[in-house]
Design a protein around this ligand. Structure first.
Ligand code: UDP
Ligand code: MG
Length: 320
């Protein structure tokens, strides 16, 4: 058991157009892993997998270069851009076949490389999943900070189990990875699925830095899309809310009907054109919103039933 706990560590790093940060990231991560190997904390067969998520710049050429120089670095090339979550999954599923534990982290050095030591310590104590949790959000813009906070609250309100201020910097044992591989959903939101696995978990806090270089690959629109993905993949509560809303409005309309009939019987038919038009619009709007939300779910059901592959690996650069 002890030997297995000082096992083969695979670091999985998804990269989309990251040519600006990759040289520095590989240098720092490489140094870290070598130090850990020398200290006997991890096995010499440990590796770093860079997953190229269909980059348009020289990212893959850089990864090829790293691999040629040093077998410590491996590369997985996806056939096209599939998004952060799918790229991460591709890397983790590749690592699963060779590792004892894997750590996922961003390419831009926002995740602190030095938190790896503590993650390994928790792993050695028996944890199967170690969440990297950022200690503060000082490096974020006020906008990102408040939207993120609101989002966690919203998710909690919808009954989804998220680890507060944890993104995708985490260690998973091979056992946890195998459990993850059983989740077949196309609508992938890893930070929501991983807590569902259970097993023994631990938390390591770290200071999240700013992006080392280059631009965020998550512009506002993509961020909103990701947020929507999270809600619809983890919760059906919006649909229930809509049902509740519909029932309420229906009850109100019955009251209005009775009121109208009474007025009619009294011979005082109201000329309430305004109210009529207004209510038509209000209810029309609500109906439209409701259909939209339901449509979101149906669209996702459609994708899930097709069960298309979540990623396609074009090439895997590995020494073994
Ligand atoms: N990423 C990816 N595919 C994409 C978008 C992003 O693999 O389509 C990777 C990116 O290279 C980085 C990580 O996902 O390693 C997080 O992206 P980023 O740092 O741009 O997001 P932010 O930190 O701004 O939320
Ligand atoms: Mg980043």
């Amino acid at each position: 058991m002890e030997a297995a706990r000082n096992g083969r560590l695979y670091c999985v790093v998804p990269c989309y157009n990251e040519e600006e940060v990759l040289p520095e990231t590989s240098r720092r991560l490489g140094e870290k892993l070598r130090a850990l190997m020398e200290a006997g904390q991890i096995a010499p067969e440990s590796r770093i997998i860079f997953v190229d998520d269909g980059s348009k710049d020289a990212t893959w050429q850089l990864i090829e270069g790293l691999h040629a120089q040093d077998p410590l670095f491996q590369g997985v090339k996806l056939s096209r851009n599939r998004g952060h979550q799918n790229a991460l999954l591709a890397g983790l599923m590749t690592a699963m076949l060779h590792c004892d534990m894997a750590i996922s982290m961003d390419a831009d050095l926002q995740d602190d490389v030095n938190a790896i030591d503590e993650m390994l310590a928790r792993y050695r104590e028996g944890a199967d999943i170690v969440y990297g949790v950022r200690s503060s959000r000082e490096t974020d813009t006020a906008f990102k900070r408040s939207t993120a906070q609101g989002y966690y609250r919203l998710m909690q309100g919808m009954g989804a189990d998220l680890v507060y201020n944890h993104a995708d910097f985490r260690l998973m044992s091979v056992r946890a990875l195998e459990a993850l591989s059983e989740f077949k959903e196309v609508n992938l939101f890893l930070r929501g699925i991983v807590p569902m696995i259970g097993l023994r978990t631990a938390i390591v806090t770290y200071e999240r830095g700013t992006r080392y270089a280059g631009e965020s690959k998550y512009p506002l629109f993509k961020m909103l899309q990701f947020a929507m993905e999270g809600i619809t993949s983890l919760s059906v509560r919006p649909i229930r809310l809509i049902t509740g809303l519909g029932i309420t409005i229906f009850l109100v309309s019955i009251l209005v009907l009775i009121y109208c009939l009474v007025r009619y019987a009294q011979g005082q038919t109201i000329q309430g054109w305004t109210t009529t038009v207004l209510s038509v619009w209000a209810i029309g709007g609500l109906t439209m919103i409701s259909l939209g939300v339901i449509g979101e779910y149906i669209g996702r059901i459609y994708l899930e039933t097709k069960a298309r592959p979540r990623y396609i690996i074009e090439e895997y650069l590995a020494d073994r």
